[in-house]
Design a protein around this ligand. Structure first.
Ligand SMILES: C[S@@+](CC[C@H](N)C(=O)[O-])C[C@H]1O[C@@H](n2cnc3c(N)ncnc32)[C@H](O)[C@@H]1O
Length: 241
């Protein structure tokens, strides 16, 4: 009895591992997260070319709310459904965008399974995380030599974001481009000079991709280009490129 959690990469179906593709092709049941009833799952849409005709696909709801208490019921229900499908003898795959270890719904499912369904074996297949897909598209190194790198969600506490930005050479901001403008306006206070490089991308590796590389000074106080949840911003204090 085994469940495979498969990282689907950032969006381009070519950016999956061979292992991920083989598991998806041979799966009987494929679970994938979505934010609400009726909303297509992004993870499912990435792997569509590999899903066999006989496979059943099931979207599981993980509402996009920050308050964790109200989410617990969803995590439990989703994990129970996955567990009963695995116990029925099916080859089951759970999909997640990018890599399962980074801000993924998988983390909550994994914890529920370990707590309430410990008879089920788990195998995690890593995927290409958005920040690495971004770095490849921007042709940008994220850290070299003694430089430090932080990964920060932009949509929470701005004071915490400032503290992290202060102590790192490169900061990768994930989770929601609509918060990037307020982060940009704070970067000066966190030790980023106007000449620092700021790269912003949306829908990396998908058809609607947008990528802009600028200097902090030209972005400050303006409406930035990122408008979507699926956005990445990288700020580099000392860009040697
Ligand atoms: C719930 S987190 C999932 C992260 C994912 N597990 C990873 O490894 O990249 C969602 C955030 O990841 C980032 N993201 C994921 N895929 C992306 C893409 N193709 N383009 C831009 N940002 C992406 C965005 O910051 C988005 O708000």
């Amino acid at each position: 009895m085994k469940l495979f959690c498969v990282g689907c990469g950032p969006g381009d179906p070519d950016l999956l591992t061979v292992r991920a593709v083989n598991l998806i092709k041979s799966a009987d049941v494929i679970f994938a997260p979505t934010a609400r009833e009726g909303k297509p799952s992004i993870a499912l849409s990435i792997v569509e070319p590999y899903i066999s005709k006989s496979a059943k696909t099931i979207s599981l709801i993980f509402p996009m709310v920050k308050e964790k208490e109200s989410l617990k019921e969803y995590w439990k229900r989703n994990a129970d459904e996955i567990a009963s499908t695995v116990r029925a003898g099916k080859k089951v795959v759970y999909l997640t965008v990018g890599d399962p270890a980074l801000y993924s719904t998988w983390i909550y499912i994994h914890r529920e399974l370990a707590k309430n369904h410990s008879d089920i074996d788990i195998d995690i297949v890593p995927g290409i995380a958005s920040l690495f897909a971004f770095a490849a598209r921007a042709k940008m190194s994220l850290a070299e030599g003694e430089e430090t790198l932080a990964i920060v969600p932009a949509c929470y506490d701005l004071a915490k974001v400032r503290q992290t930005a202060n102590s790192c050479d490169t900061v990768v901001f994930l989770k929601d481009g609509r918060y990037f403008d307020s982060v940009i306006d704070m970067l000066g206070d966190a030790g980023f000079a106007d000449s620092s490089t700021v790269a912003i991308a949306q829908d990396v590796s998908a058809g609607s991709e947008m990528l802009e590389i600028s200097k902090l000074g030209s972005l400050r106080g303006k409406k930035g280009p990122a408008e979507k949840y699926f956005s990445v911003m990288v700020a580099k204090k000392n860009d040697k490129q």
